[in-house]
Design a binder for this molecule. Sequence first.
Ligand code: HEC
Ligand SMILES: [Ca+2]
Length: 302
Amino acid sequence: MRLRLAGSKRIQPMLVPAALLAIAGCAGSGEGLDANGRPIGEGGSDGGSNGGPPGGPPPATGEFRQIQDTIFTPVCTNCHAGAAAPLGLRLDEANSYAMLVNVPSVQVPALQRVTPGDPDASYLVQKIEGRAAVGARMPLGGPPLPQSSIDLVRQWIAQGAPPATAGLAEQLQPPRVVSTVPAEGEECPTPSTLTIVFSHPVDAALASADTFQLHASGGDGSFAEGNEIQVPLASVEVSLVNPTVVTLTPRGALAAETYRITISGSGAVALADVDGRVLDGDDDGTPGGDFHATFTVTEGTP
Ligand code: HEC
Ligand SMILES: [Ca+2]
């Protein structure tokens, strides 16, 4: 079940990796950082030999990263990516976590795709083990995953299904939007919710109808005329298991129209991360600037 934040002011993510906590502890004071704002001693174990600058982000680690790199990206994203992803399940790197953990299965809505701590009850596991009540074993039409891969997924879920750890350097950057569903430029049937994935956790206390807005184009597909209409949101939720994911729920079904999501990175109320770094909405590497993504609903009823 996805928890709502109604009323609650600020959440303390329960699954924040120790490394991230350590960084959060020193980022505010600047202690432990070099002149470029990077942690001292994070000298880049590859010495820059992989093309990255010495002192750049270390390779991200963790089980979910390994699952992404060895299973989802090479085996599943042939089908499970983009607007045509079967049952809306996108398993590409930007979206997979947000679409799996604590999200109900479409085929068997009583089960979550991933229930942290319970591999047997997780529909994802049932699908890759070939014991789901509905549909085929995954990967569809391909050889079953090796047992070692299945064990990796089981182990990750048994341990609480933590998100992949972002690189340390990434944690020190202003937060960015890494994905929206629907995506920029996408045409889709009416979505019941809109999902936004950030590069690292955002401050739930700042997630509201002030910082997240949805507008309809006014029928002309463009947002420059002044005839745009704001669409009311029933809720703006930051996921408790993974506060990099924000879900917007429009108050009613979205009619066939062009819409624009706006996230405030400027003005009186700007979105920021838990350390107060303001959203880099225009993705220019410095804090500030609004984020926009435009999508078109082709059919007004699901
Ligand atoms: C050849 C295309 C294809 C590939 C590759 C594929 N899938 Fe699927 N997947 C589908 C289709 C089609 C469905 C719905 C029909 C069915 O379940 O048989 C589906 C359904 C699912 C569902 C059920 C979702 C829900 O909400 O009920 C899960 C979970 C899933 N796939 C996971 C995976 C994983 C994990 C992989 C990679 C190991 C994978 N799939 C690879 C096509 C594919
Ligand atoms: Ca317009």
